[in-house]
Design a protein around this ligand. Sequence first.
Ligand code: SAH
Ligand code: SF4
Ligand code: F3S
Length: 477
Amino acid sequence: MIELQHTTKTHDESRQGEALDMLPTGKSTGRKLYIESYGCQMNFSDSEIVASILLDNGFETTRDYRDADVVFINTCSIRENAEQRVRNRLKEFESAKAKNPGMIVGVLGCMAERLKSKFLEEEKLVDVVVGPDAYRDLPNLIDKVDDGTKAVNVLLSREETYADISPVRLNSNGITAFISIMRGCDNMCSFCVVPFTRGRERSRDYQSIVQEAQDLFNAGYREVTLLGQNVDSYKYTKPVAEGEEPAPAVNFAQLLAMVAEVSPELRVRFSTSHPKDITDEVLYTMGRYENICKYIHLPVQSGNSRVLDLMNRTYDREWYMGRVDAIRRIIPECAISTDVITGFCTETEEEHEETLSMMDYVKYDFAYMFAYSERPGTLAAKRYADDVPEEVKKRRLTEIVNKQQEHSLYRAQNFIGKVQKVLIEGFSKRSDEDYCGRNDQNTMVVFPVDTRFKPGQYVNVLAERCTSATLIGKIVD
Ligand code: SAH
Ligand code: SF4
Ligand code: F3S
């Protein structure tokens, strides 16, 4: 998963007021929901499940929180500044609530799970606190608040995957969509709060995943991204009915193939791959299907084996390089991106240099880079001192960001003079005279509008120029 910061790619989704005014699916209560999301794509995807549940309960959605009866903020705990951003935003809701005392303010997601009922004490305007596995309970919790009590449900589940809930697509371009294939995480990376906020790993029934992809395709979508904290450990075994033979488990490579089979016109992406788990079977499956995009997000975190061990990543430098070599061998045109943390506990200057040399080895297409932020309750917070001074973390981060800038540019330049197959996603952010879309490798491509082609269609674009994040070209069909 990618929580967005210090990226050399352009992303603008670290916060989003959910757009499109939508009507309830059943009988209307006339009440309005406003929901905004922070953090990783999983949270954005969860907000679509939340909206679906409330629409089913007679709510409509609004784009303006001042106009809403229920204001939800779906939160992230991954770094301290992610939590700070949410607290600042809650302050902004205060005046709206003062004007409209009946307005219900709810905190959902990872911060809700981490802080539980403490949230109600810390932030007085909050009425409801709901963890990521308790969204089915939302209508009931809202009823409680209507009756005058504050409400909390932060129970984690071993089974909940919301498989039967069909998400409403919020803020959608109608062409690309996310599909959650699993929830939670069983890896205990020592820096990471996710296992505490999202609970145990569980995989969703593959039939409901394939059906969701098929429904999206029928509705005109042309790209799906399969989401999980560690997609390579996807594994689903059908429950056995009485008198039936048990069906064999389905793994991630098999799931990828099933989704790719929906249509050759449907692009399939996925995130995140864990270096310890990504298999050659997945790589060969990617190679076999033209419509599985040649792009892997493979977070390295550090290039040094001692630091990786302290991080409890369960691979070392050599193993990671071996996986990169396998990708290059099996899918030579594959783009690779990464996440890096600088200044993890006890990281020395030499160890930081090894992260830089790892970057030189891989020459990542993109990277998401962060200074280490200690999270309460994690293994690292309990075991190790957060002893790299803030200015050293920041300086190392700058070195890493600068290096990535060079590599992103190098990778983008490699596309120049070559024809890219691009799925048109819409107009470019800068101008209505340009379309934008991504190539197979996930690099953004911008090119003049040609009225013969519409968003949702594939076009061949000759890349003529680039920045480190974007290719600029023209349609050559
Ligand atoms: N499941 C994904 C990670 C999700 S969190 C994976 O294993 O790659 C996204 C990224 O946030 C992580 O890859 C890591 O680089 C960063 N991150 C997580 N915890 C952090 C912390 N405490 N401080 C700084 N960055 C952190
Ligand atoms: Fe966090 Fe590690 Fe799980 Fe990713 S794999 S969510 S970094 S514990
Ligand atoms: Fe995602 Fe942030 Fe939670 S990255 S899983 S929303 S802590």
